[in-house]
Design a protein around this ligand. Sequence first.
Ligand code: GDP
Length: 179
Amino acid sequence: KGSTKTTYHIVVLGAEGVGKTALVVRYLTRRFLSEYASTEESTYNRTVNVDDKNVQIKITDVIGKSVKQPSYVRSKIQKIDGIVVVYSVTDRRSYEAALNLLDLIRLHARPGTSTPTILVGNKVDLEHIREVDADDAEKDASEYPDCFPMESSAATLPDEAAVIFESLLKKLINKRDSL
Ligand code: GDP
């Protein structure tokens, strides 16, 4: 199949400060920085290898207030193939924001369809100040169609960002191949 010519568009959503940019930068460059100075939405176009196939990906890292606007989220989810929703395990409010995003995503899906989504609990290196249990996230994620929970630390688990994006890409490839 012509999957090498296909582009998979992934959008990364979540409250400010949870580590969205850190995860994307970790995946694409393998590095971690302590500050990310971006104030605008960034889109990265890359070719990556997943399951011995080269696939084109486009990752949109959403910055700032736009993520809180339902109309913005709606316009995005109707154009993209996969979603990463990030919260920080150290911040209960960011988790509630993530669940609100999952509600919006489900609400705005085209009838009979769903968009593969990974719900990511980031900052697990800060275990001593954890506010969100992995078990709760697992239970809540199961309430949404095509939604899978994972945990990560962009800071201390250098391979985890790739595991997250690749597992999402595998779902997108399987979905498109089965059409
Ligand atoms: P964004 O607003 O969601 O894009 O968040 P950033 O990627 O800008 O990260 C916000 C802050 O959290 C920065 O100071 C990062 O260095 C820090 N950060 C990101 N990921 C982690 C992590 O896994 N562990 C810890 N301890 N800090 C992190």
